[in-house]
Design a protein around this ligand. Structure first.
Ligand code: FMN
Length: 198
């Protein structure tokens, strides 16, 4: 589930929430899974991965991750990203473009404090995306952390990423194949609205 906090009342955000509610009503599974694509300037590589979109606070989309991970390095080198959702229960795709940044240390600490200790042990113990000898070593590291670490204290290498889209495309699939594509693009502080051919 995605938490909405004082949602921005501009049209693309309201449309996002409308589609989200429809997807929930249609029993969409893992509705919070969102693909984030990045470009790392140093390696000249594009990459994508799913994360859980936890919160939309006013106009900010927020997820949490490891600040030493490959995605974090990519965001550091180039802060422009693309985000992608597909809710199969209602056949809707939402594409977004945005610039991404880290959330504040205070925000991260508060969020971490209120998470389950099991999740926190994993966040503390995992050097995300670094190679390791075996899966049993992963479990060993996790168990050690669960037993020994302060599971309420947010490590400096964990926290949120937030992005404010400047582009939304809502793709509504139709049985007729005459799919509806509606675009909102922010220019000079104002949303421009248009349709695209399918
Ligand atoms: C549905 C789904 C949700 C995920 N949610 C997160 C998440 O919220 N944060 C995260 O760091 N990784 C999440 N992952 C794992 C990432 O896809 C990825 O494996 C990990 O973040 C490492 O990515 P990186 O090497 O590009 O940094 C999720 C994976 C899936 C399939």
């Amino acid at each position: 589930m995605i938490k909405f906090n004082k949602l921005n009342q501009e049209r693309p955000y309201l449309l996002f929430k409308e589609k989200y509610d429809e997807a929930i009503d249609a029993d969409q599974k893992v509705v919070e899974a969102i693909s984030i694509s990045s470009f790392n300037k140093k390696s000249s590589e594009v990459d994508s991965r799913y994360v859980n979109l936890k919160l939309i606070s006013n106009d900010e989309f927020i997820f949490f991750s490891n600040y030493n991970s490959p995605k974090a390095s990519a965001f550091n080198s180039n802060n422009q990203i693309a985000a992608l959702l597909y809710w199969s229960s209602i056949n809707v795709q939402i594409r977004m473009k945005a610039h991404i940044k880290k959330t504040s240390v205070e925000f991260n600490q508060k969020y971490f404090f209120n998470r389950s200790e099991k999740k926190n042990a994993l966040s503390i113990s995992s050097k995300q995306s670094k190679q390791i000898d075996s899966y049993s070593r992963v479990i060993e590291n996790y168990n050690k952390s669960f037993k020994n670490d302060d599971l309420k204290k947010c490590p400096e290498y964990w926290g949120g990423f937030s992005f404010i889209p400047y582009y939304f495309e809502f793709w509504d699939g139709h049985e007729s194949r005459i799919n509806k594509r509606e675009v909102f693009f922010k220019a000079d502080g104002k949303w421009r609205h248009s349709f695209l051919q399918p």
